[in-house]
Every structure is written in structure tokens, then in C-alpha cells.
Design a protein around this ligand. Structure first.
Ligand SMILES: Cc1cc2nc3c(=O)[nH]c(=O)nc-3n(C[C@H](O)[C@H](O)[C@H](O)COP(=O)(O)O)c2cc1C
Length: 323
């Protein structure tokens, strides 16, 4: 066995992996995770103190966010020469222990350089996509890649179904807008100083007024949250529970990294699932009861030559890594 394959993992190895995992997307950039390095492996723990009590009372989006970080960790591990055996929701542990990851040395994956670059490049770019329609085949391929991670993923390519998604997104937004508690909660996570939340500089409206979608499209057209050329994928599972949400988060991260590689933007659209009435309609009418929806994503081409967006901040690793 080559010498470096025998080398045990050090605290610095774990820190590097966790730092890369924390580049994952999270709802309102809450970064609702704790990593605990214990003798039996690295534990990923849901940080319920960061729950969005109004918009996400069940913790669906909190666990999806942790699932995205889990996929980021696995991608980073494979790239840096680790084999990561993941046990999801280990029996006998506190239910907030979402996964235990055991690392052993391995050869770095052949795509290591690209994958590490993608982890660093991926971001939520809410600026208007170009008007080039995204071919249905691309959307289907991205959905197929997401399904590999154990979630359901359905590309919405049929014209009638797409129209229904547009209507549902508009209705969910209108209903959420009339909930002052939801509006207040969202406002506390936008434009705050520090290492979490969403800086105004990454939002499309210069004054941060947030018209239109949850975080606005850059022409302020409130009626059009999903446009005709956009690709749409519904991610979900067999049930509305943590084990399925975790898989959806891993699938979301896998889809997003692949889309980034292809020069595509991905923007999650969570309000249609947050609002009970539109969630039921998504499940029963759009999906015909085939699976339970957890999250919608819009996908489109980024404009060529577009300026870089400032990065959304991350909490220092010392705050989230224990042990
Ligand atoms: C579960 C989940 C739900 C999200 N919902 C939305 C949303 O409805 N609208 C939106 O613009 N961004 C949404 N996002 C994107 C986050 O706001 C974004 O990931 C976070 O601010 C960090 O920024 P980054 O992705 O650029 O690193 C969501 C992300 C996750 C993981």
C-alpha cells in the first residue's frame, strides 16, 4: 500500500473537508449544521437553533440544506483522496444526528480538480437567465443525475405542466406575501452583517426592495417567477420526513454542481412547497401522487460575460466544527 494511503486522518484533514462542505447552499444561508468529529466518525448534526420557525416549521428545508452539505462533503472527500462511508440517520443516535461519515484513505477521484473548482464556483445567481430556452433533454439529464442520489427528481417539460408550475409559484408567493410573520422572518435573514444570511449585494434589486419572487427577478415582474424558457425540476421523496429530505439535499447539490459545470444557473424555489395549499396541489395534480415534493428548482443559461457576483458569506469553521 502506498505510504500516504496508510496515513490516518488528522484534525487538519477534517477541517479542510468541513470547510468545503460548508460552501453548500442552505435556506436563507442559515447554514444549519454542526459537524462533530468523534471517535466513530464525523457526525453531521442538524442545528435546530437555526430553524425558520414560520417558513419551515417542520425543518424540511433545514434538513435539505444539511443534505446538500453532506453531498458537498462527499465530493470534497473523493477529490482530496478519501473514501467516505456514510451512514444516514444512524439508529440509536439522537434524531438530529443526520449522518455519520467514516473516512479512509483512497486515491483522489479522476475528476478531483474540476470537482473542487465546482464546489468553489457554485452559487445562487438570481439574475435573469438568458432567453435561450433550455432543451428538455438537458433538464431530463440533470434530473436523472439527481435521482442517482436516492431522491425523486422530475423534469417538468410538458407545456401544460410548466404552465401549472408558473401559476403555483405565483400563487404561493401571493399567499406568503400576506403572511406578515413569514415576511418578518425572511427580512431578518436579508441584509444582515456578519457570516450568515443573504447580503443585499447578491440580490438583483439594488435597493433590496425584493419585489416579485421571494428574492426578486431583476425586472421586477411579479407575475413571472418561472419563465417559458426556464428548466424546472421537482425534487422529492416517498415521504415528507428527514431521511427523504436528506436525500433530496444530496440530490440538489449533485444537480447544482453538474449544472454549474454546464454553465447553467440554478435557483431553488421553495415557496410552492412551504405553502400547504400549493404543496398539496403540486403533489396531487402536478405529480399525480407519484411522490412527495420537497423543493422546486429553476434552471437556465447564465448570460455570457456576466460580472461575478459577490460571494454569500460563510460562518468560520470553528463555529460549526466540534470535537
Ligand atoms: C432548501 C433551500 C431552499 C432555498 N430556497 C430559495 C428560494 O426560495 N429562493 C431563492 O432565491 N434562493 C433559495 N435558496 C438558495 C439560498 O438562499 C442560498 O443557497 C444561500 O443564500 C447561500 O448562497 P449561495 O447558494 O450563493 O452559496 C434555497 C436554498 C436551499 C438549500
Amino acid at each position: 500500500m502506498p505510504a500516504d494511503l496508510a496515513r490516518p486522518r488528522t484534525a487538519a484533514d477534517v477541517r479542510e473537508l468541513v470547510e468545503l462542505a460548508c460552501l453548500a447552499p442552505s435556506v436563507h444561508n442559515t447554514q444549519p449544521w454542526i459537524w462533530q468529529d468523534q471517535g466513530d466518525g464525523l457526525h453531521l448534526i442538524a442545528d435546530r437553533s437555526r430553524l425558520l420557525a414560520v417558513e419551515d416549521p417542520d425543518g424540511r428545508e433545514l434538513v435539505i440544506s444539511c443534505g446538500a452539505a453532506l453531498h458537498h462533503l462527499q465530493t470534497a472527500a473523493a477529490s482530496l483522496g478519501w473514501s467516505a462511508a456514510v451512514e444516514r440517520l444512524p439508529p440509536g443516535c439522537d434524531p438530529d444526528v443526520l449522518a455519520v461519515i467514516r473516512l479512509t484513505r483512497a486515491e483522489p477521484s479522476p475528476t478531483a480538480r474540476t470537482d473542487l473548482a465546482l464546489l468553489r464556483m457554485r452559487c445562487t445567481d438570481r439574475r435573469r437567465f438568458t432567453s435561450w430556452p433550455l432543451p428538455a433533454e438537458h433538464v431530463e439529464n440533470l434530473a436523472a443525475g439527481a435521482r442517482v442520489w436516492g431522491a425523486h427528481a422530475e423534469a417538468v417539460t410538458d407545456a401544460v405542466a410548466r404552465f401549472r408550475v408558473e401559476l403555483l409559484a405565483g400563487r404561493a408567493h401571493a399567499l406568503a406575501e400576506h403572511n406578515p410573520y413569514a415576511a418578518d422572518e425572511q427580512a431578518t435573514w436579508v441584509g444582515r452583517d456578519g457570516t450568515d444570511g443573504i447580503p443585499r449585494a447578491v440580490l438583483p434589486t439594488a435597493d433590496g426592495a425584493l419585489p416579485g419572487s421571494r428574492f426578486a427577478v431583476d425586472d421586477g415582474d411579479a407575475a413571472a417567477l418561472v419563465r417559458h424558457g426556464d428548466g424546472v425540476v421537482v425534487l422529492g421523496g416517498d415521504a415528507d420526513e428527514p431521511s427523504a429530505w436528506l436525500r433530496t439535499g444530496e440530490a440538489l447539490s449533485a444537480l447544482w454542481l453538474r449544472a454549474t459545470h454546464a454553465g447553467l444557473s440554478v435557483v431553488p424555489l421553495s415557496q410552492p412547497v412551504e405553502v400547504a395549499a400549493t404543496r398539496a396541489e403540486l403533489r396531487d395534480v402536478l405529480l399525480g401522487g407519484r411522490f412527495v415534493p420537497h423543493l422546486l428548482v429553476r434552471i437556465g443559461w447564465q448570460a455570457i460575460g456576466r460580472s461575478d457576483l459577490p460571494r454569500t458569506p460563510r460562518r468560520p469553521v470553528e463555529e460549526v466544527l466540534r470535537g
